[in-house]
Structure formats: C-alpha cells, structure tokens
Ligand binder design. Structure first.
Ligand code: UDP
Length: 256
C-alpha cells in the first residue's frame, strides 16, 4: 500500500511523487501502470513497479560510481526510492544506437540497423503537444535550458550511453535506445545538472544480443505478451533479483 502519511506532489503515468522525509527530498513510488502512444494505450504490468524500482536503483548507482551525478539517494522499500528534489528540465533526451521506434516511422529505416554513430535527439515534454521533437535552438531560444546546460547534458548523455551499452552487453543485452531526463540542483548559488527520473525497461529498448528478442516496453506496445517476464529477465541478468526467479530455482530434472 502507498504510504498515506506522505503528501503527494505529482502523479505521472508510471510513478507517484511524494514529499520526502526531509527538505529537498522526494519519494518516487513505482506503479504497475503502463501507458504507450501518449496514453492512448493503457494497462497494468503486474510487478513492473517493483522491478523498475530495483533496475533503476542499480543503474543509477552504477552511474554514480563512475561519476555521473544522479538524483538517486537510496531505495526505501519494494516500490519506493528516495531521490533528491531537482528542477526538472522539460526535455526528454533520447540516445539511439540501433534503428527502432520512431526512426523507423519517420525515415522508413529498417528496424535493427546499427547506426554508424549514436544519435541524440531532444523532445519537449508536453502531453498536450505529444512531446514534439525540438532542436538545441528551440531549447535555448525558449529558455528551457542554456547552451552551457545543453553542453553538459550532451556530454553526460554520451558517457551514460557508453557505460550502459557496455554494462548491458556484458549480460547479453543490446541497448538499442533509451530516454533520459535531467534536473537542476541548486546548492547556494551553484547549480549542478543531474540525471533524474528513472532508467528501466519502460524507458529503454533492450534486445537479447543473440535472438534480438525484445525485453522492454515494446512488448506491451505491440501486445507481444510475456511483458513482466521480460522485465524480470532483465533484472535477473543484471544480477539484482535476490532469488533468481521461481522458475530458475528448479535444477535440471534427474532422469532415472
Ligand atoms: N521513450 C520514453 N518515453 C517517451 C518516448 C520515448 O521512455 O515518452 C523511450 C522509448 O522507450 C525508446 C526511446 O525513448 O527507448 C526512443 O523512443 P522513440 O522516439 O522511438 O519513440 P516511440 O515511438 O517508441 O515512442
């Protein structure tokens, strides 16, 4: 059950934000709700919130260890994590290594083609406008971020891509593309940009390296079934399921 003592700040599609226990902190509660196509498709993926909480905790912690500033503080329980309160920059930063999703739709490219270099795109976060793609020109002209902010964001996004691509490849997963969000943290008159939101199979495309099987929210978008199992397999491969899933507990059958 969601803690009732806490004051709710915001409810999004997959998460609820509550006031944290001390000033400057927020509790992120991960729901099982799934949405796609700007909420035209909605559903529940049982257990997703628990898995995304753990997966995002793990990835943010690893990124923190290589010096990427993140909002993550600590996981509180199965569905909640404590994060630092930041001023969210209203831009989705998408990094792509392989052609998929809207690249196929917009340019008629073949899904699965590797890109010769990674492609970074920006989208303005607005449900009413359907998250329009924007350039750095729009972002700086409209005052959503400064040119210095954008340099920092681009450099962080590329470091994150290199690190996560290697991390996932090490467990047999191709990081096809993913979405990041950044926020500003003020310490006196000093401002730091940090990674915020979540990194999970909701916000990444993850394909099995050998079979190209999709292990992410595309299974929900395309009604492919086995959505929870796919998220669970991502967590299992990352080594963050304490018991490696009930089905894996049985050893090979002994033949008499
Ligand atoms: N993405 C996301 N939230 C969004 C839009 C995209 O997390 O609101 C992620 C998506 O899961 C994929 C990447 O960003 O990993 C690129 O998505 P794409 O532009 O292909 O958009 P789609 O057509 O999938 O919405």
């Amino acid at each position: 059950m969601m803690a009732r003592r806490r004051r709710q700040i915001f409810e999004g599609k997959a998460k609820v934000l509550f006031e944290g226990p001390e000033p400057g902190t927020i509790v992120q509660y991960f729901k099982d709700d799934a949405s796609a196509f700007n909420s035209k498709k909605k559903g529940i993926i049982t257990g997703k919130g628990v898995l995304n909480n753990r997966i995002s905790e793990y990835l943010m912690t690893c990124l923190g260890e290589i010096g990427i500033p993140t909002h993550f503080v600590r996981r509180l329980n199965m569905r909640e994590q404590l994060v630092r309160e930041v001023e969210i920059i209203p831009i989705q930063v998408v990094v792509r290594n392989v052609v998929a999703g809207s690249l196929v739709k917009r340019f008629g490219m073949t899904e699965g083609s590797p890109l010769p270099r990674c492609v970074v795109e920006y989208y303005y976060k607005s449900d009413e406008l359907d998250d329009p793609m924007v350039t750095e020109e729009h972002i700086t002209a409209f005052g959503w971020a400064s040119p210095q902010d954008m340099d920092e964001i681009m450099s962080l996004a590329l470091r994150i891509n290199d690190f996560l691509s290697g991390l996932f490849l090490g467990v047999g997963i191709r990081l096809v593309d993913f979405k990041l969000e950044f926020g500003r943290l003020w310490e006196g008159d000093q401002m730091r940009i940090m990674l915020a939101d979540e990194i999970s199979p909701d916000s990444c495309r993850l394909w099995d390296k050998k079979t190209n099987d999709k292990m992410d929210k595309d299974r929900f978008r395309g009604d492919m079934g086995k959505v929870e199992e796919a998220y669970q397999e991502v967590a299992r491969r990352l080594g963050i399921l304490p018991e490696s899933g009930p089905r894996d507990m049985q050893g090979p059958e002994v033949m008499q």
